[in-house]
Design a binder for this molecule. Structure first.
Ligand SMILES: O=c1ccn([C@@H]2O[C@H](COP(=O)(O)O)[C@@H](O)[C@H]2O)c(=O)[nH]1
Length: 235
């Protein structure tokens, strides 16, 4: 495993993909001790989510800021420098070499850990072709994982289906974070490269990102508990 994860609960990252911070607070209160790690994407970041991140951190939770930065290197460097002051654990950037190099410069020696998004889990080979790529998903993920290692980022975002090829490329020290997780029987929605929590942990994922199967469940706490049971059973 990439790093020692002291609290098994940290392996489940709950995506707070909700419109307001009040909705987010409700989910956090409902999940209580069942969840320790939350992801804030740009829906919430543009609606007070950065203050929410500070608040969650002050309450002992961990925060993954999923902004998927991508810009000219200097702008990425300066943006990441600002993020280092928030105290979040993870920040995503797209896995383009120039972007990753800029992000690494902005991270400096701070505690922020940068995750490089290789190929979005809603993409399959056909989507990549539509976007102008001549590579299959697995080949693009492998190439970007290699570039991420060279750039010096701290981890990779990919589908759990690619953990084996990614681990092979990045070695033991970088972290692998996998969205596109679907408990058996839950709707895939727009996700195309999905695995169950059990499959993902067995494949070697360090952290699983899960939003809709928890936040849209009739009983989010029970859904989170069931996923944690799967993680504990497979770890
Ligand atoms: O490749 C990626 C990168 C990020 N995500 C984000 O993870 C969650 C997944 O949500 P679900 O509701 O569990 O599908 C969402 O916030 C995405 O923006 C991803 O899915 N794939």
């Amino acid at each position: 495993m990439a790093q020692k994860i002291n609290d098994l609960r940290d392996r489940m990252i709950v995506g707070l993909d909700v419109p307001t911070i009040w909705d987010a607070y409700r989910i956090v209160a409902t999940l209580g001790d069942e969840a320790s790690f939350y992801k804030i994407g740009y829906r919430l970041a543009f609606a007070g989510g950065l203050d929410l991140a500070r608040q969650l951190i002050s309450e002992g939770k961990k925060v993954f800021l999923d902004l998927k930065l991508h810009d000219i290197g200097n702008t990425v460097t300066e943006g990441v420098e600002s993020v280092t002051k928030l105290g979040v654990t993870f920040l995503t950037v797209h896995a383009y070499p120039q972007t990753m190099r800029g992000a690494v410069e902005g991270r400096g020696e701070s505690a922020l850990r940068l995750l490089a998004v290789t190929a979005l889990t809603s993409y399959d080979d056909g989507d990549l072709k539509d976007a102008g790529y001549g590579l299959a998903v697995r080949d693009l993920v492998r190439m970007r994982a290699q570039q991420a290692r060279i750039a010096g980022v701290d981890g990779i975002v990919c589908s759990a289906a690619e953990t084996e090829i990614v681990r092979d490329v990045i070695g033991p020290d970088m972290v692998i974070v996998t969205p596109g997780i679907r408990p058996a029987g839950s709707a895939a929605g727009d996700q195309k490269r999905t695995l169950t929590p059990t499959e993902a942990i067995r494949a070697g994922a360090d952290h699983l990102v899960i939003a809709r199967p928890i936040i849209r469940a009739a009983d989010p706490r029970a859904a989170a508990a069931a996923i944690m049971d799967e993680i504990a059973g497979a770890a």
